[in-house]
Write a protein that binds this ligand. Structure first.
Ligand code: F6P
Length: 325
């Protein structure tokens, strides 16, 4: 069957996530396999505005599946939020003969893609963010690697907290969502976890849990705080004021965004990249690739952006049992 597109562009936008390179590689390889040309757009939507491009071949994406970051660079574009910026991006597409764009990133990236689609350009989004906060998909590329990075840091912290019988407060990323903190808290056997979705329960979620651990003879405490629930410094101060511990604070920060992508991120990225090309080749547009209950599928971008995602209720229930009452 003939492809609906002959030339497409691929870009990464927003905060980078481990596995973005694997997704770029997959888009290129899947497209070349079908006889579709691919252009890499550098620095996110800014690159489309400025014509900052490079031709991508099978060879140019060799040996990037294992690399963190993004070879295409990334950015958050203010100009693309304006109609003038979008018009410039459309002009670049026309000039370069780009009939479709694959945009890898988070919901800001997809909002940009939606605007571009209104000018008649075919677009597909691939979810890539360590926050895992895109509602239309169970999984976003980068989450697993970021979680494993945070877990290995917290395991190390725990050793020294145990030796000194201390309390550690660790802040993990996640923007306004607690998915990363909850998952990391479960995996590290945290004493308590604070997420934005339940941040008004500080006394129940933090103070009572530490008291409970203390009553049970535990002498060191690991508190995981999602950045969206407040700063680790503030949480540590409240713990000090309320129960006279002297917590040590660690903000893991951007270290969570780097590193070699895990097997899960490489494979998911490769599957999603393939799916994105398949959508465009079949003349479909305005889609976000999503993984739902283990099945690779896609959804209309606008519909997807309307959805909301809460933290995983089952994971939270299990955490409550593990941290006790
Ligand atoms: O969205 C990914 C993310 O790493 C968030 O977890 C975090 O809040 C934000 O990006 C940090 O952004 P910046 O790279 O601009 O500091």
């Amino acid at each position: 069957m003939e492809n609906a597109v002959r030339r497409i562009g691929v870009l990464t936008s927003g905060g980078d996530a481990p596995g973005m390179n694997a997704a770029v590689r997959s888009v290129v390889r899947a497209a070349v396999y079908r006889g579709i040309e691919v252009v890499g757009i550098r620095r996110g939507w800014n690159g489309l505005i400025n014509g900052d491009i490079l031709k991508l071949t099978e060879k140019s994406v060799a040996h990037i599946i294992d690399r963190g970051g993004t070879i295409l660079y990334t950015a958050r574009s203010e100009e693309f939020m304006t109609k003038e910026g979008q018009q410039k991006a459309v002009n670049t597409c026309k000039l370069l003969g780009l009939e479709g764009i694959v945009a890898i990133g988070g919901d800001g990236t997809f909002r940009g893609a939606l605007e571009l689609s209104k000018f008649g350009i075919s677009v597909v989004g691939i979810p890539g963010t360590i926050d895992n906060d895109i509602a239309c998909t169970n999984y976003c590329i980068g989450f697993d690697t970021a979680a494993n990075t945070a877990i290995s840091c917290i395991d190390k912290l725990r050793d020294t907290m145990q030796s000194h019988e201390r309390c550690s407060v660790v802040e993990v990323m996640g923007r306004n969502a607690g998915h990363l903190a909850l998952y990391v808290g479960l995996a590290t056997g945290a004493t308590a976890v604070l997420v934005p979705e339940c941040k008004d329960t500080f006394d129940i979620e933090i103070i009572d849990k530490i008291r409970n651990a203390r009553v049970n003879g535990i002498t060191h405490y690991m508190v995981v705080v999602a950045e969206g629930a407040g700063s680790a410094l503030d949480v540590a101060k409240r713990i000090k004021d309320e129960i006279a511990l002297d917590p040590r604070v660690t903000v893991l920060g951007h270290i969570q965004r780097g590193g070699t992508p895990s097997a899960r991120d490489r494979v998911t990225a490769t599957r999603m990249g393939y799916r994105a090309v398949d959508i465009l080749a079949n003349g479909r547009t305005n889609r976000v690739v999503c993984l739902c209950d283990g099945v690779m599928t896609d959804i209309d971008i606008e519909e997807g952006l309307k959805l909301t995602k809460g933290i995983d209720k089952e994971e939270w229930t299990v955490l409550e049992a593990m941290t006790g009452r």
